[in-house]
Design a protein around this ligand. Structure first.
Ligand SMILES: [Zn+2]
Length: 171
């Protein structure tokens, strides 16, 4: 369990003018809310993922915030624009890595819960399914996955986490 019950239920809105003045020491890839480094994300991904009007999409570089407890999913390089989880069409794996019904592989529709419930053999089959799909050119990570990149690393990480949890439980 985490202590998310103690977090404010509404994301904290930053006054734009006040925020702009703080940009001095900020790195362009630093999330304006959690201060962790984001990963560059294709503009096409932001457009595909936004649940709000694309009139808000600017011709600028966007980054993806991977911090679990940070409400920001995308932010502009200048840090003045953020898109929060409830402004994105998909639930984001990095924000809810323990939620059974959240996708870890968005292209081939594998959820965290499916991987959790799977035997080691089925987990291998899930990895094979994803690899076969990638090799067949059937994935569209830039349009389907909120991180705008391949999910395989996340799937392996989830499998490792569940294996580790099982080991601990068996001790
Ligand atoms: Zn953040």
């Amino acid at each position: 369990m985490n202590d998310s019950c103690c977090l404010p239920s509404k994301p904290i809105l930053v006054d734009l003018d006040e925020h702009a003045m703080q940009l001095g020491g900020r790195e362009t890839n630093e999330c304006p809310t959690c201060r962790q480094r984001g990963k560059p994300v294709p503009g096409q991904t932001v457009k595909a993922m936004l649940a709000v009007t694309l009139r808000q999409a600017r011709d600028t570089e966007y980054f993806f915030c991977r911090t679990r407890d940070c409400p920001v999913v995308y932010f502009s390089a200048d840090g003045t624009q953020t898109f929060l989880a409830d402004e994105v069409r998909e639930r984001v794996f990095q924000k809810e890595p323990d939620a059974d019904d959240v996708f870890v592989c968005y292209c081939f529709r594998h959820t965290v819960g499916e991987v959790h419930a799977a035997t080691p053999e089925i987990r291998d089959e899930i990895l094979d399914d994803i690899n076969v799909g990638i090799n067949a050119g059937q994935c569209a990570c830039d349009l389907r996955n909120p991180q705008g990149a391949c999910c395989l690393g996340n799937v392996r990480q989830v499998i490792k986490r569940f294996e580790h949890e099982k080991e601990l439980a068996l001790r």
